[in-house]
Design a protein around this ligand. Structure first.
Ligand SMILES: Nc1ncnc2c1ncn2[C@@H]1O[C@H](COP(=O)(O)OP(=O)(O)OP(=O)(O)O)[C@@H](O)[C@H]1O
Length: 271
């Protein structure tokens, strides 16, 4: 099984480097002695069961939270020794917490364009036509250009996910974090979104990407690395080819699982 190996200091290509971090709330350890490195050309999937600590890990990566102990470098900056707001402006994040904070009366195009100011809800910011062109381009890339003028509150769950993925890309982030982008999508919607994320992953100009999911079926083609998480600890991490095995998956989910692979995609079921 692949295990994490890394040096203590982040390398020149590292966009995210966590060394022996722990997140503790009261007596509960949400993350336990976790070490992980993401390089600029990596496309990672974090996979694990409910409560494994995936969202907590993403919050550290998004510079939304400090670890209780250990060292975390995000985009070369040490958390705790840097202006977190400035750092966040360099990171694209799409998450359920963010989705819940978007005002229902906001138009979809404004949800995307307002990412440039790091705000939710337009106030008095001035955007130029180039910003709107970029936002429309991203809505097109996510397959929802027809919804640009709709109110966010009227979108289906799947449409909201796409709108937030477009927003996450609006600022040309150096690190893109997608928390369960395919959750709540129907089969066609999931496959369409995964194809779009695969295209993005293949784009050499695209940022380092981390995608969180519960399901191996939601690993897009062209994603390069996998971190398996269980009870706040890394079960295995490394290139997907080496890391995703039936035994590692079974250990992660605490039950015997069979793993199939077809045309580069993965499928799992109980043994
Ligand atoms: N403030 C807190 N105090 C105590 N426990 C907490 C706190 N916040 C989160 N937890 C617990 O930490 C664990 C990890 O939570 P987290 O949201 O990171 O998991 P997750 O892998 O994203 O789960 P899911 O897949 O269900 O979204 C969970 O068991 C959760 O109940």
């Amino acid at each position: 099984m692949a295990r994490v190996t890394m040096t203590i200091r982040p390398g020149a290509d590292s966009v995210l480097h966590l060394w022996d971090i722990t997140v503790r709330r009261g007596k509960t350890l949400l993350l336990d002695s976790l070490s992980w490195n993401v390089n600029a050309d990596h496309r990672w999937v974090i996979l694990g069961p409910n409560g494994a600590g995936k969202t907590t890990l993403l919050q550290i990566a998004a510079a939304q939270m400090h670890p209780t102990s250990g060292r975390a470098h995000v985009l070369g900056e040490r958390l705790g020794a840097v202006d977190m707001m400035a750092l966040r402006s360099r990171i694209g994040l799409s998450s359920a917490a963010l989705a819940a904070r978007v005002p229902a009366e906001e138009t979809v195009i404004d949800v995307v364009v307002s990412a440039g100011y790091g705000v939710l809800g337009r106030w008095r910011e001035r955007y130029d036509e180039m910003d709107f062109d970029r936002a429309r381009e991203l809505l097109e890339a996510m397959g929802i250009s027809r919804l640009a003028d709709r109110l966010y509150g009227t979108l289906s769950e799947g449409e909201r996910k796409r709108a937030l993925a477009a927003r996450a890309l609006m600022t040309d982030p150096e690190l893109l974090l997608l928390d369960e982008p395919a959750a709540g999508l129907d089969l066609g919607g999931r496959e369409d979104l995964l194809a779009r994320l695969s295209r993005l992953a293949l784009d050499r100009a695209a940022p380092a990407t981390v995608l969180v999911t519960h399901h191996v079926e939601e690993i897009p083609l062209a994603f390069s690395h996998l971190l398996l998480l269980r009870e706040g600890r890394v079960v295995a991490a490394g290139p997907i080819e080496e890391t995703l095995t039936a035994s590692a998956l079974s250990e992660t989910f605490g039950m015997p699982l069979l793993l199939d692979r077809r045309d580069g995609r993965f499928f799992a079921h109980a043994n």
